[in-house]
Structure formats: structure tokens, C-alpha cells
Design a protein around this ligand. Structure first.
Ligand code: V47
Length: 387
């Protein structure tokens, strides 16, 4: 039977909107996690100090006990996945981020830009798959104007009328606005007319100005990334959020990133899912760095679930974690495995050894064999299960 955390600890007033979590404290061996457990048991919001205790703990079972309690309170045993396809329309990018192996110069070897018709042909492949979502991201192309992106969306919508167009990161939106000399709101209005319905969460990296100055000085700032996400929410577009971890960032910078996302979600409320992205170093400017460890991957998932109390979903992105660790992550706070993907390019250029796609059967097997309940979903987390 779960033990009750000492209710008499000073200052533990509960936050009305947060549930009191049922935690088995016998699983906690790191004393630093005990005050965190006490707060969670009393429905209290965690702060930066708690986040740091979680983000630096080596008590894997303790982290799992806390994050799993939060997961069960939010999503029960439901584990989501989507029949989706990724389309990377171009790798030609002026930002030249050090951690990215995908980008190419305009006339560099391997540089490409898909025409709207070529992208539509990719979307139409595998007609037997009932795709619910097209996940469309690319680069900050130095030459293309907004007409191209609108035509791209229209062509994709014609090729797959039933699929939701989840396209472009806040970084791309900002770039389109600069290139066109218009506001990001105007960019959104044009793209929404062309079929934009939701946005993925890439480009957030780590918000720390120190990290951005070193790894991606040309990229949109963290403040702008958050503000543009907020604009999307105000226009009714749900978006996601990510954090690229396992390079030069400190545990404190990870925690700051998560708390900045939580603050933005308090303000604008439109984030659906958070996706931690494990850094893959091959073919990047940081290729001497080691890959992330299993402990760190699970710790980031668990800490995210606990700090982001206002995010409905946490994704274990199997492409970056590998399917086996993604399955384990379902017991560490994650309730979504992303999807079939079909063809992933960004992480595979940086040395990912996972498959490029997964079948629905494989996804359901990962979920059910771990004792969870599979929920095929659309981009808005509505269940598509036939019952
Ligand atoms: O924006 C770049 C990151 C992102 C590397 O919103 C790298 O549903 C690891 O954002 N190693 C693209 N990561 C992926 C992404 C995403 C994936 C799945 C679902 C969703 C969603 C979003 O990958 C980029 C960048 O942050 N990235 N280089 C690398 N070497």
C-alpha cells in the first residue's frame, strides 16, 4: 500500500488545480526527492529548486514513482499514437546551427527543396495508410517567399484531404515574416487560409541565451519562440514544444527552459504536448560529444512530466530514444509515442540508428505489451479508436 507523505511539512498549501498525487515513497532512495514528493502529494506546484533536484537525481526508481503518479493522474493508462507522415520540404538553411547535421548551403552537396507537387506526391504515397496528420518542417530557406509555403500547404491538403496539416515551427514563421517584410500574425493568417491547422514544437532548442549564443546565434530567440507560440494559440492553432538536451546545456538551463514553457502555457494555454529531443551528435559541429544515456533520457521525461503540470501530454519520441527506451518511458511520465512517421530525416542525418518509420501494429505492440492502453489519436488528441 502506498505510504502517505508527511502532511505536517511546513508551507504545503495545495494548488487548487493540481491533483494530490498518490506516491509510493518506499521507492524513493534519494533524500533530495522527498520534499518534492511531499509537494506533489499535496497538489503543490514545483519550483526551480525541485526541478533541479529531479534533473540531477540518479534515483531512477524514485523519479519513475513520482512521474508515473503524475502521468496516471493526467492520462491514466492511455498511451497515444498517430498515423502520421513527416515531410521535410527543404534542408537549405541560413541559420547554420552547430547541433544540426541536416542543413545545407543553397548550392551545397545534398541540398534540396521539394516543389509543392513533389511534396504532395510524397504525401500521397502509401494510400493504404489512413494518415491523420502530415508533420511538415524544413529550414529557413534564404530565398523562398510566403507564396511557396502557401502553395506547399494547398498541394498537401489536396493530396491528403483527411490529414491535419501540422506545419512550421515558430522559427520558420519568424523567418517567413522577415523575408516577406510582414508581421508574424499576417504570416499566420495567410498560412491558415492555405490549410495550416496546428504546429510542431521544433526550434525551441534550449532557451538559455548562453547556449543559443554558442550553438545557434542566428536563430530566433527563446523569447520570440515563446511569443510566436502564444500568437498561434491566440489564433486557435494548437502547438507543441520541444527541448533539445544532451549537448552543452546545464541541468539548471534545462529547468529554466521547462519553467519558461510552463509560464507561457499559463498565459496562452495552447500547447498540446512537450517532446524532449535527445541530441544526436554525428555529422554535427559537436560530433565529439557522447550520446545521451538512458538515465538522462528517462530523467528528462520524468522531470518534464512533473514540472509541466499544465501540459496535457508528454511524448517519448521513439525516433530519438529508440523504441525500447520509448516503451520504458511510458512508466516515467510519457503518454504518447508520436507515430508512424514513414520517413524521418533530421535525426537520421545526425546518426540515428532507429528505423525511419514504424507500423501501427508495432506501435500498438509496444504499448499493450507494457500494460498500457493504446489510443489512436488525431492531431488534437481526439480518440480515433473504434469502440
Ligand atoms: O527543431 C536538430 C532538433 C527538431 C538535432 O512537435 C536535433 O510533434 C537531435 O521538433 N539531434 C525537429 N535533435 C524534431 C521536432 C519534433 C519531432 C517529433 C515531434 C514533434 C512535434 C517535433 O530536432 C529540430 C531541432 O530542435 N534537432 N538537430 C540533432 N542533431
Amino acid at each position: 500500500m502506498p505510504l502517505t507523505v508527511n502532511a505536517a511539512l511546513a508551507g504545503l498549501e495545495s494548488t487548487p488545480s493540481l491533483p494530490s498525487l498518490d506516491i509510493d515513497t518506499r521507492l524513493l532512495s534519494d533524500p533530495a526527492l522527498k520534499p518534492v514528493a511531499a509537494k506533489l502529494a499535496h497538489g503543490q506546484r514545483l519550483d526551480a529548486e525541485d526541478g533541479l533536484a529531479l534533473m540531477t537525481s540518479k534515483d531512477l526508481l524514485g523519479l519513475g514513482a513520482l512521474a508515473h503518479a503524475a502521468r496516471l493522474a493526467k492520462n491514466g493508462k492511455a498511451t497515444h499514437y498517430v498515423l502520421n507522415r513527416q515531410i521535410n520540404y527543404s534542408n537549405i538553411c541560413g541559420n547554420r546551427c552547430t547541433f544540426c547535421a541536416f542543413w545545407r548551403e543553397l548550392d551545397g552537396e545534398g541540398a534540396y527543396l521539394l516543389s509543392p507537387q513533389e511534396a504532395a506526391a510524397l504525401a500521397a504515397e502509401h494510400p493504404e495508410m489512413d494518415l491523420a496528420e502530415l508533420h511538415v518542417v524544413g529550414s529557413c530557406h534564404p530565398e523562398m517567399g510566403l507564396d511557396y509555403y502557401c502553395e506547399l500547404l494547398s498541394a498537401l491538403a489536396s493530396a491528403r484531404p483527411k490529414a491535419t496539416l501540422k506545419a512550421f515551427t515558430p522559427v520558420e514563421i519568424e523567418h517567413f515574416a522577415h523575408k516577406e517584410g510582414i508581421s508574424t500574425t499576417e504570416v499566420f493568417e495567410r498560412l491558415m487560409k492555405a490549410g495550416l491547422k496546428a504546429m510542431p514544437g521544433g526550434g525551441a532548442e534550449v532557451f538559455s541565451p548562453r547556449v543559443r549564443a554558442e550553438l545557434c546565434p542566428s536563430k530566433t530567440s527563446g523569447e520570440r519562440w515563446l511569443a510566436i507560440s502564444g500568437q498561434a494559440h491566440a489564433l486557435g492553432l494548437p502547438t507543441n514544444a520541444t527541448m533539445l538536451y544532451g549537448h552543452i546545456e546545464t541541468p539548471a538551463e534545462r529547468v529554466e527552459h521547462l519553467l519558461a514553457l510552463r509560464d507561457q502555457q499559463d498565459l496562452s494555454g495552447g500547447f498540446s504536448a512537450f517532446i524532449p529531443l535527445a541530441f544526436h551528435p554525428e555529422n554535427t559541429g559537436l560530433n565529439e560529444r557522447a550520446r545521451t544515456t538512458g538515465l538522462d533520457d528517462l530523467r528528462v521525461i520524468a522531470t518534464s512530466r512533473l514540472l509541466l503540470d499544465n501540459f496535457p501530454h508528454i511524448k517519448a519520441y521513439w525516433v530519438m530514444l529508440g523504441p525500447k527506451l520509448a516503451q520504458v518511458a511510458l512508466n516515467f511520465g510519457a503518454d504518447d509515442l508520436d507515430g508512424t512517421i514513414v520517413e524521418e530525416r533530421i535525426t537520421h542525418t545526425a546518426g540515428a540508428t532507429t528505423a525511419k518509420g514504424m507500423t501501427e501494429e508495432e506501435l500498438r505492440h509496444l504499448i499493450t505489451s507494457a500494460g498500457f492502453v493504446p489510443v489512436r489519436r488525431d492531431s488534437f488528441y481526439r480518440s480515433l479508436e473504434q469502440d
